[in-house]
Design a protein around this ligand. Structure first.
Ligand code: IMP
Length: 193
């Protein structure tokens, strides 16, 4: 089955393709000639995932899904959360977001945080949500060069290194997106005759 993943982040497409059964082939909107800026204007991860998937469904009427992820930091009352991509401001880089996070947490002893990922799947116009959460801590300084986004600052609970020091396979096996995609995959496999 062909599934459109409503993102233009190649990194995420590769991560998710590795996690899904080979019966499912992921294509991006760009692969289908759509380079639109997919809207995400909702105040929650659930709302944004749903809005992105619905946009692609309305365009192609093909099975599609979208994800939205937030880094929720306890000492910052859940920030940056749904605003994780633009924490340091519109069009800022991951490095700038990470620098802001380090500054906001400077001197704080509570380093608890979690990544939460929500996936919205639409098949035949019907929508289903899947959630994945991983608990961890925010480090005081960058560590590692793999992955993307906040990976250099996030150390999953029970591990002694950041996500950015793990291989893609190691990260996928425990990550928020890995957990949500596993639920998506189980759901899709159960639909097969
Ligand atoms: P998105 O909703 O998946 O696009 O993610 C929102 C923000 O969270 C972006 O700034 C990403 O860099 C960051 N983010 C999402 N997933 C991850 C991850 O697996 N590791 C690190 N940062 C992530």
């Amino acid at each position: 089955m062909k599934l459109i993943f409503a993102t233009n982040n190649r990194h995420k497409i590769n991560e998710v393709q590795k996690l899904l059964d080979s019966n499912f082939s992921i294509v991006s909107p760009a692969d289908l000639g759509c380079t639109d800026d997919i809207p995400e204007n909702e105040p929650t991860l659930e709302g944004n995932a749903s809005e992105k998937a619905r946009y692609i469904w309305n365009k192609f009427h093909l099975p599609c899904f979208a994800d939205d992820t937030g880094l929720e930091v306890e000492a910052l009352n859940g920030a940056p959360g749904v605003y994780s991509a633009r924490y340091a401001g519109e069009n800022k880089s991951a490095d700038e977001n990470n620098a802001k996070l380090i500054a906001e947490l400077w001197g704080k002893t509570n380093r608890n945080a979690r990544f939460r990922c929500v996936i919205a799947l639409i098949i035949d116009g019907k929508e289903q949500l899947f959630e994945g959460i991983i608990q961890g801590e925010i480090l005081n300084e960058w560590a590692g060069s793999e992955g993307f986004g906040y990976d250099p600052l996030f150390r999953p609970k029970g591990y002694n290194c950041s996500f950015a020091k793990m291989t893609m396979d190691e990260k996928n096996s425990i990550s928020h997106r890995g957990i949500a995609v596993k639920k998506l995959s189980d759901y899709l496999n159960a639909l097969r005759p």
